[in-house]
Design a protein around this ligand. Structure first.
Ligand code: PHB
Length: 397
């Protein structure tokens, strides 16, 4: 009798210990973002989305599974620093996912680590096309510059005869330049000049002056979203290009939602092609914006980078859920290749299983004043389910 009681008690204790262990199961995600320096708002908008997603979607995890995000600040486009942080996250913190990656150079320097360590890397921003080819463990939930800038070129060729191209001198700028030029010239447009602007501490006035001197119908521009977008917009206004009727066009980075309030009235009428606008009236976006305002206040506006981070978390939660919390990197990649969502704030999205890159709609937008505030108003869905054109054109996987 006594023996039995002890045996039962031991069994119960063992079961309890097992349960405690199971409930303590924690999936670690290493998030590399820019949270300091002149580009700090970029990473902040991503980090806020990650935190909000986790707060609102706990019920999407299997019972007993927790997610811990370990956030590291790369300080800006800084490949050596980002690589060091990714290495530490993998080796010391033993993360099962790498995530974030605000910048192309940072994603590129970390890519070999994700291959060597077999740690899936979920890109939430960096948009240079080639990145996903650099490791079979990379999946991208953000965008490529080719996705927006090629259709922008095609569309612009129907409206303008000449264009000047001004882009930041690094990966996404080069992609935007090549993609726009292809779309525009294939459509019969003429590029009357082009310039690459340094990424660090740029003064936009001399570059916009060169654009003005070329007397184009339109200036196609790409600079990183955030404060640089506001700075180039101000230069465009200060040189009177808006008043002179020279249209400013580009991917949505130049009219990034979170900065519109800091740009004065200069952006009114600026036309962009992009996958996300905070002003979109899709129900999933309305719900996302309402949740954001509730958490961060009515004056805070999420950016396309926030949506990249939000959807990146949704993809990670999907992979965790499907594996019931027992993560295997190769199985994770198989799952991520199948990921799709009808409920992204940007509209329907999926991952192209062949390239591990995002497939999404592209919208033509115009900056307009709505209720006293500037917004990127979506005028039309120019293309649905757009795959990265660079990979199609160059037969890259
Ligand atoms: C990138 O580094 O790939 C990047 C950075 C800022 C942007 C877009 C792309 O606005």
């Amino acid at each position: 009798m006594k023996h039995n009681t002890i045996r039962t008690a031991t069994l119960v204790l063992a079961l309890l210990l097992c349960a405690a262990q199971a409930s303590a199961q924690t999936i670690k995600i290493g998030s590399v973002l820019t949270l300091s320096g002149p580009n700090a708002t970029l990473g902040e908008n991503m980090d806020r989305a990650i935190k909000l997603y986790m707060k609102l979607n706990q019920d999407k995890l299997p019972p007993g599974v927790k997610v811990e995000v370990i956030t590291r600040d790369d300080g800006g486009p800084n490949p050596d620093k980002a690589k060091q942080l990714s290495q530490e996250l993998i080796v010391r913190d033993k993360v099962q996912f790498l995530a974030g990656m605000t910048w192309t150079p940072n994603a590129m320097s970390s890519a070999p680590l994700s291959t060597e360590a077999k740690v899936p890397m979920v890109i939430m921003n960096a948009g240079t096309s080639v990145i996903t080819t650099m490791s079979p463990y990379i999946v991208r939930l953000s965008f490529t510059l080719w996705q927006s800038s090629l259709p922008m070129g095609t569309w612009a060729a129907k409206r303008f005869k000449t264009a000047y191209v001004a882009v930041s001198d690094f990966g996404p700028g080069h992609d935007a330049q090549a993609a726009f030029t292809k779309g525009f010239t294939d459509g019969g447009g003429k590029i009357v000049g082009e310039v690459r602007i340094p990424l660090a501490n740029p003064d936009f006035i001399p570059f916009m002056q060169r654009a003005k001197d070329a007397k184009p119908d339109a200036i196609f521009g790409f600079v990183p979203a955030g404060k640089q977008a506001t700075a180039i917009m101000k230069a465009y206004g200060e040189l009177g290009l808006d008043k002179a009727g020279v249209k400013f066009i580009g991917p949505g980075d130049i009219t990034t939602d979170e900065e519109l309030a800091n740009m004065g009235d200069v952006p009114l009428g600026v036309l962009t092609m992009f996958h996300y606008s905070a002003a979109a009236d899709r129900p999933a976006n309305k719900a996302f914006i309402a949740a954001w305002h509730k958490e961060y206040g009515a004056n805070s506006t999420p950016s396309f980078m926030s949506v990249g981070a939000w959807d990146g978390m949704d993809a990670i939660y999907y992979a965790i859920r499907e594996q019931k919390g027992k993560i295997d990197p190769d199985r994770t990649m198989e799952l991520l290749k199948q990921y799709k969502s009808a409920d992204s704030p940007r509209g329907p999205i999926s991952i192209d299983p062949e390239t591990r890159d995002i497939v999404q709609n592209e919208y033509l937008r115009e900056v307009r004043k709505v209720g006293g505030r500037l917004e990127n108003v979506e005028l039309e869905t120019v293309q649905t389910a757009v795959k990265d054109p660079w990979k199609i054109i160059n037969n890259k996987k």
